[in-house]
Every structure is written in structure tokens, then in C-alpha cells.
Design a binder for this molecule. Structure first.
Ligand SMILES: [Zn+2]
Length: 298
């Protein structure tokens, strides 16, 4: 009898011993690290859960819990996702949600809550309506472009010169329209536009101060002509527009505001605006058909 009791006791000990061996937290992954949604839209929390599983308990997709966010006000919000296995091990992941106000398809920068970027010197830096250049920052290696007095940062300019010459060898003429812009100039453009034409017009046609890539010295507006409508959608259909599509990435440039990504970039289609990010990243974005936003938020 004594032996049986000891046997049962040691069997129970083995059982509890086995259970306490699950010290491994479940795996929780999200499809994105940051997303934008429109003010007052319903946020689909489950849409961004990619995987929730545990070595012992298997699939835990149905057991992921998440915190609520308020989409009735603009701003940067965080959804906390968490999942727990039977042994009580937890996994957590955060998703940043930018609740933004759209004017048409464009993000309204006036109400948008922007992060201040920490790496404005980096050629891969993301600057847009939600990522702002620090106040007072200016590039210190600007130089004149090949065909006029517009300026770019040294590395971008070297690449631009090669791109320019490669186009020329194919008989494609490039006119540099606009490169680096002083923050003071961008501020002036914005203020004037609001004053003369109103906020909606400014949102449509001007970049908000400190949220324009032109202040980085890494982008340039180019055209096939110096005519009045040089910065129009006609650029896309010109040999230059086609050369940008097919070859710009080889020199480290991307078409920054594509036609089918307006909701993602927050800017309208600009077939004339190319941005230097370096050959490696430009090649990757070209191959994956991604914008800079998708690269950072994916
Ligand atoms: Zn531009």
C-alpha cells in the first residue's frame, strides 16, 4: 500500500514537473509596426496579427488580446497586443497607429502629429507629413547640380550627375527645376499659400515646413522641358519619365510619390520628384515596388 501511495505521489510530481517545463513564451508577430488610418474610421485590430503560436499549445491566434485606441481624435496611438500560453508565459507587441485627417487622399499636415526624426543626416531618412526635420537642422555638404544653381548634398549630387549623364547619352534631356530648399523658404511658401489661396489649397500643393524632403538636400524635381507646365503629369509620359521608372534606382534614386500610393505617402502623384536613398535601398524598393513609408512601417 505504502509503495502504491509513493508511486502515485511521484507520478503526480512528474506531471506537475512536466507542466512547469514550458518556460518558452509564445511567438507573436504583427504584419506591420506602424499604420495610418483616417479619423473616425473603425480600426480592424485582428488585421495586423500575423502569427501567434506556442511550442506546447500550438496556434493561439484566437487568444490574442489587444488594447483599444480612440480613432475619434487625431494623433499617434499605440495598440498593445498580447498573448499568453497555458503555462502563463506572455508575449507582447506594439503597433503604432497614426490617426490622421485626410483632405481628399492627402494627409492634412496641420492636424497630423509628427515625430521629429533622429537621423536627418542619413540618406535613407524618412521625412513626410508624420516625420519632421529637427528645428534648425541644415545639411552641411550642399553643392551645385550639373546644369544650374540648384543644390543637392554631395553624395546625392554625385549620383545625380551620373544619372543626368546616362540620360543624356540616351538622348534624353533633363532640366533641374528644384533641389534643396531652405527651411525658411519652405515656411514662406506654406504661409503665402495659406494666406492667398487658403488651407485646402496649401495642403494640396505645398509641403508643410520641416516636412519637405527638399529641406534634406536629397531630392530634386526634374523635367523634360522648361515650359510653364514643366511639373505636370506630362513628365510621366515623356522619355524622361520612362527613364526615371526604368533606371533611376540604378543611381540610388526612387520615384518618391507614385500614383498608386497616394494614401500611403500622404502626397499627390509627382512623376517629377526623385529622392536619393542610395543604390542598395533604391534597388530593394524598386524590386519590391515599395515606398519609403512601406519600407519603414512594414
Ligand atoms: Zn519635389
Amino acid at each position: 500500500m505504502k509503495k502504491i501511495v509513493i508511486g502515485i505521489l511521484s507520478f503526480m510530481f512528474m506531471l506537475t514537473g512536466c507542466q512547469s517545463q514550458d518556460k518558452e513564451a509564445p511567438v507573436l508577430t504583427l504584419t506591420k509596426s506602424r499604420v495610418q488610418i483616417a479619423l473616425n474610421d473603425t480600426f480592424d485590430y485582428s488585421l495586423y496579427i500575423e502569427k501567434a503560436s506556442d511550442l506546447q499549445d500550438g496556434d493561439l491566434m484566437d487568444q490574442v488580446s489587444y488594447s483599444d485606441i480612440d480613432t475619434s481624435s487625431v494623433g499617434k496611438k499605440t495598440v498593445h497586443y498580447s498573448v499568453e500560453d497555458q503555462a502563463g508565459n506572455k508575449a507582447q507587441k506594439d503597433l503604432i497607429v497614426d490617426v490622421v485627417e485626410y483632405v481628399g487622399d492627402l494627409i492634412n499636415p496641420i492636424t497630423a502629429q509628427a515625430d521629429i526624426v533622429e537621423n536627418p543626416d542619413d540618406v535613407t531618412v524618412l521625412v513626410n507629413k508624420l516625420h519632421e526635420i529637427p528645428e534648425g537642422w541644415k545639411p552641411d555638404d550642399l553643392e551645385k547640380v550639373i546644369d544650374c544653381s540648384q543644390k543637392l548634398r554631395h553624395e546625392a549630387n554625385q549620383a545625380y550627375t551620373q544619372f543626368y549623364q546616362a540620360a543624356k547619352e540616351k538622348g534624353i534631356e533633363i532640366y533641374t527645376i528644384s533641389g534643396y530648399r531652405e527651411p525658411e523658404t519652405q515656411q514662406l511658401y506654406w504661409d503665402n499659400s495659406v494666406k492667398v489661396f487658403g488651407q485646402e489649397h496649401a495642403i494640396q500643393y505645398n509641403a508643410y515646413p520641416r516636412r519637405s524632403e527638399h529641406e534634406l538636400g536629397l531630392c530634386v524635381d526634374i523635367s523634360y522641358t522648361m515650359d510653364g507646365d514643366r511639373l505636370s503629369e506630362k513628365v510621366a509620359d515623356s522619355p524622361l519619365g520612362k527613364f526615371i521608372e526604368s533606371d533611376a534606382y540604378k543611381y540610388g534614386f526612387i520615384l518618391r510619390y507614385p500614383q498608386d500610393k497616394v494614401r500611403i505617402t500622404g502626397y499627390g502623384y509627382e512623376p517629377w520628384h526623385i529622392r536619393y536613398v542610395g543604390v542598395d535601398l533604391a534597388t530593394q524598393l524598386h524590386q519590391e515596388n515599395k515606398t519609403l513609408e512601406e519600407y519603414y512601417e512594414g
